[in-house]
Design a protein around this ligand. Sequence first.
Ligand SMILES: [Zn+2]
Length: 165
Amino acid sequence: MTTKSPMTKFTLKNLNQMFPDDVSCLEYIRFKKFPERIDCPECKKNALFHKVTNRKTYACDYCGYQISPTADTIFHKSPTPLTTWFYVIYLMAQTRGGISAKQIQRETGVTYKCAWRMCKEIRSMLFEDNNDKLDGQVELESRILVARKPVVVVVEPMEKRLSLE
Ligand SMILES: [Zn+2]
């Protein structure tokens, strides 16, 4: 291996360890979008928000007002599990977008239509707005982009997030 980089390669094993289920994916998106405490839009208190069981939302500890971390992201209203999304993002990052919808369908078991849509969404998120960044030897493997404009977040290396758990 001559292409040593400052960041460790983010492997599929890392992905599975870090995101074993949808809740862990959602947690991740949540922390990327919101700080630990948020000024609640409803009761105006600086509140902690807790995960609502069986929903992709978090509720204000004081008034119960719910926020959705997936709003304004490519995951919004998608019935596809977040773990599948993350896996496809991983695949696309690994191949620098060179994976087809057909391959995604085979890898994940989603329908072709769904695979095609994911492919399109992720491609635009990963590549279109970030051409400069992606031209060089960008460590895409170690990043996952969770949101699209206006809340684009190029996530720092996964290792950092791990230490926050
Ligand atoms: Zn509140």
